[in-house]
Design a protein around this ligand. Structure first.
Ligand code: NAP
Length: 277
């Protein structure tokens, strides 16, 4: 049986916990407690970004929980942050990191066309040019990313799945969109294993080696989402989950044109969301 929070091993040799805590939409006033609950529950991977507007509070949680006499060492916690496309100059990097971090892993967001590098950014040093090791993209059973995952494996890239539960708290949720957490094939597996749909989804991702960063500010869900290493889906059950794929993206930036909501950037020559990659 796997340990509490198994790892993906990056091409650098660094271990990246397969389950991390997402923090987008976790408001100041809530996120510090969420990160504390996560660290207490065994999470050693927190996914952040300055654009989420909550990194100072995440830094406070780190200060409270990490240190020589506090049981958790900074070097045991994998912290991802992300630079917006306008923040790639070396002078812009350090202000984009949570307080009290000696190093971070920087994910470069290129106009939402997410490319990731493990940057091992030392404070006060310039931005390193290092081979990418992690690709963070939207992935869940409705967007299984099978071709992209194979592509990543061929290049020793680890894939991180964002919005793994279908991002049900996204602001632009539409009543006609499919609800991932209500998918019958997943509900059936949840019943069989006495787990929740969220746990089946996270298990499916981790079992195929995909790092998964469910966001929650709810103590019980934070605990639930990491309790996925005490059961194993059968190979045909893994395939059943993959088979619910429908090429559905929940996170597509949109703009309104002539009163209609349309994908932003769709006319860009490098718009990526029409490709299987
Ligand atoms: P998500 O993790 O798919 O879904 C979060 C929602 O699911 C919240 O409403 C949460 O509720 C709920 N939830 C959590 N655990 C649950 C459970 N066990 N059962 C039922 N509901 C549950 O959505 P996300 O925030 O879009 O994605 C996760 C993380 O990925 C983000 O927070 C962010 O760190 C990262 N991300 C990165 C990018 C990028 O461009 N790189 C884009 C999107 C997201 P409560 O919080 O109320 O418990």
């Amino acid at each position: 049986m796997m340990s509490m929070n198994d790892f993906a091993v990056l091409s650098t040799g660094r271990k990246m916990p397969l389950v991390g805590l997402g923090t987008w939409k976790s408001e100041p006033g809530q996120v510090k407690q969420a990160v504390i609950w996560a660290l207490q529950s065994g999470y050693r991977h927190i996914d952040c970004a300055p654009i989420y507007g909550n990194e100072p509070e995440i830094g406070e949680a780190f200060q409270e929980m990490m240190g020589p006499e506090k049981g958790i060492r900074r070097e045991d916690v994998f912290v991802t942050s992300k630079l917006w496309n306008t923040k790639h100059h070396p002078d812009d990097v350090e202000p984009c990191s949570p307080k009290n971090l000696s190093y971070i892993v920087v994910v470069l967001n290129l106009n939402e066309f997410n490319s990731a590098v493990e940057c091992k950014q030392q404070r006060n040093s310039s931005v390193a040019s290092i081979k990418p090791t992690v690709l963070q993209v939207e992935s869940h059973p409705y967007l299984a990313q099978v071709e992209l995952l194979a592509h990543c494996r061929d290049r020793s890239l680890v894939m991180t799945a964002y919005s793994p539960l279908g991002s049900p708290d996204r602001a632009w949720k539409h009543p006609e969109e499919p609800v991932l957490l209500e998918e019958p094939a997943i509900a059936a597996l949840a019943k069989k294993y006495n787990k929740t749909p969220a746990q089946i989804i996270i298990r499916w991702q981790t079992q195929r080696g995909v790092v998964t960063i469910p966001k929650s500010i709810t103590e019980s869900r934070i605990k639930e989402n990491i309790q996925v290493f005490d059961f194993t889906l059968e190979p045909e059950e893994m395939n059943q989950v993959t088979a619910v794929h429908r090429g559905w993206r929940y996170i597509v930036p949109t703009i309104t044109v002539d009163g209609k909501s349309v994908p932003r950037d769709a006319a860009h020559p490098h718009y990526p969301f029409n490709d299987p990659y």
